[in-house]
Write a protein that binds this ligand. Structure first.
Ligand code: SF4
Length: 238
């Protein structure tokens, strides 16, 4: 018997067993609650983004859960060739439940659509921590540690050809070491054998209007490297 048939048989037996519970006076256990409260992505291997989202559930694994409005999982193409990873949701993202929808998000969308010639829905966009750090502070080490397995699982499911980290925290979290964004952006790194290009966070460009032109130029250089890796045509280089 192959694995799939074996699995289907086990599922069938389990279903029959659960169906017999009420007849013998037992309550059917709330499996969804059990999974979302206690399980970690290391315990269970969700095979797609929907099952990973279900696994995360109403996550209380770190204190960022206490003040969030919405858990911001991520969005985009489930088989995206390119994944952007930011640091964490801001106020607008927390309210909308979607990543990168505020001013920084608009700039990121411009980079994707006007710069790269892609549609936002062609890529996948997410963050290291899925809940908003209060007052937009940096996520703390233990919050990153609690949430990082979810990002790792997202990346394992999507299996992109390139990861683009936005800002220091995202690069630091995936590379597992201190990261100097001003010195190390624009160079290729790798995360579990996936090429990783770190660049500035769009919010950093918005916070430094006097430096906007040189910063934008550097981001554009980094984006061109990604486009080269993905075999996308860079405008003006035809
Ligand atoms: S930040 Fe991540 S680990 Fe913390 S509560 Fe939100 S989803 Fe859970």
């Amino acid at each position: 018997m192959n694995h799939r048939a074996e699995l289907l048989e086990i599922v069938g037996q389990l279903r029959n067993l659960l169906c017999s519970y009420p007849q013998i006076g037992l309550e059917i256990p709330d499996l969804k609650r059990e999974i979302t409260t206690d399980a970690s992505p290391g315990d269970i291997s969700p095979v797609n983004l929907d099952s990973l989202r279900a696994l995360i559930g109403d996550c209380q694994r770190c204190k960022l859960s206490q003040r969030r409005t919405t858990l911001v999982f991520g969005e985009g193409a489930p088989r995206a060739r390119l994944v952007f990873v930011g640091e964490g949701p801001g106020a607008e993202e927390d309210a909308a439940g979607r990543p990168f929808v505020g001013e920084a998000g608009k700039l990121l969308t411009k980079i994707i659509e006007n710069g790269m010639g892609l549609k936002r829905e062609d890529v996948y966009i997410c963050n290291v921590v899925k809940c908003r750090p209060p007052n937009n502070r940096d996520p703390e080490a233990e919050e990153i540690q609690a949430c990082l397995p979810f990002l790792e699982r997202q990346l394992a499911i999507i299996r992109p050809e390139v990861i683009c980290t936005l800002g220091r925290i995202a690069a630091q979290s995936l590379l597992g070491r201190e990261f100097k964004i001003t010195q190390e952006r624009g160079k290729w790194f790798s995360f579990k054998e996936i090429p990783l290009m770190p660049t500035f966070h769009p919010a950093y460009l918005l916070r430094n209007p006097s430096e906007e032109r040189p910063l934008k130029r550097q981001v554009w250089e980094d984006v061109q490297k990604i486009m080269g890796r993905l075999g996308l045509k860079v405008k003006g280089n035809e």
